[in-house]
Design a protein around this ligand. Structure first.
Ligand code: SAM
Length: 222
């Protein structure tokens, strides 16, 4: 998979794309990341990428030319082009699973008040990572990258671990325990040390359901 990031702040990505699972996925040759500063594609002699809104009002608007020019340069087969914006569809695990099968993804990160509306003609999806407003789309694109890349076969050493993750099963994940058996008076449930795999499975399903009912009953509606 090739992931392209159209951004005004490529330096923000360094720590995230060069650490942990995302770095390992790149080392394994499963994914490659391409950072594109769309200021380099401005047609303005001062490299301006924003301008005042027609009709007046607060804030600046991202001009179309730098984004269109940068997209012409990427020129890859059938990319999923994702515009990060608070007005987009809410990001979720199902969307991450769908995107993890793509060959080419382009993330467009805005700044300022908004995008010139014509930029929307370039995109296949508009996505929000939650009902709050960030300064720019960079953190949103990194959040999405993390959720997507760990689902690509071969990225995680233990495939089963993401299949059992919260949301993948339609429920929140069951509680976990590790050694010691007792810590500060808190004991590991007997069933987990019983060695009876059927009982352990039943306990985990029951705990998953209980946790989902308590914390996210909306998930059970689906
Ligand atoms: N005025 C815009 C509005 O009310 O919809 C918000 C603009 S915000 C300050 C600047 C940029 O941050 C957006 O263009 C988008 O790229 C990004 N952004 C902000 N919140 C986001 C969210 N919840 N999800 C995804 N991207 C977001």
């Amino acid at each position: 998979m090739n992931i392209h990031y159209l951004t005004l702040f490529p330096e923000m990505y360094e720590g995230v794309l060069n650490s942990s699972i995302l770095a390992r996925a790149k080392e394994k040759g499963i994914v490659d990341y391409h950072l594109i500063n769309f200021r380099d594609y401005s047609e303005d002699k001062h490299n301006k990428v924003d301008d005042y809104p027609y009709g007046g009002g607060a804030g600046m608007v991202l001009k179309p030319e730098p984004i269109f020019n940068a997209m012409d340069k990427i020129n890859v087969e059938k990319p999923r082009v994702i515009l990060l914006c608070p007005q987009g569809s809410p990001f979720n695990q199902k969307m991450a699973e769908d995107l993890s099968t793509e060959e080419n993804i382009v993330f467009i990160s805005g700044h300022y008040e908004g995008y010139d509306e014509r930029i929307r003609t370039l995109v296949t999806d508009e996505v929000s990572i939650g009902d709050y407003v960030l300064t720019g789309g960079e953190l949103a694109s990194m959040t999405m990258t993390d959720a997507i890349v760990r689902l690509i076969p071969g990225v995680l050493s233990n495939e089963a671990s993401h299949q059992e993750d919260s949301f993948s099963t339609g429920m929140l994940e069951h509680p976990h325990y590790t050694r010691p058996r007792e810590y500060r008076g808190m004991k590991v449930p007997d069933v987990l040390i019983s060695g009876n795999h059927k009982l352990i499975e039943e306990w985990r399903t029951e705990e998953s359901l209980k946790r989902t009912r308590e914390r996210r009953p909306d998930l059970l509606d689906n």
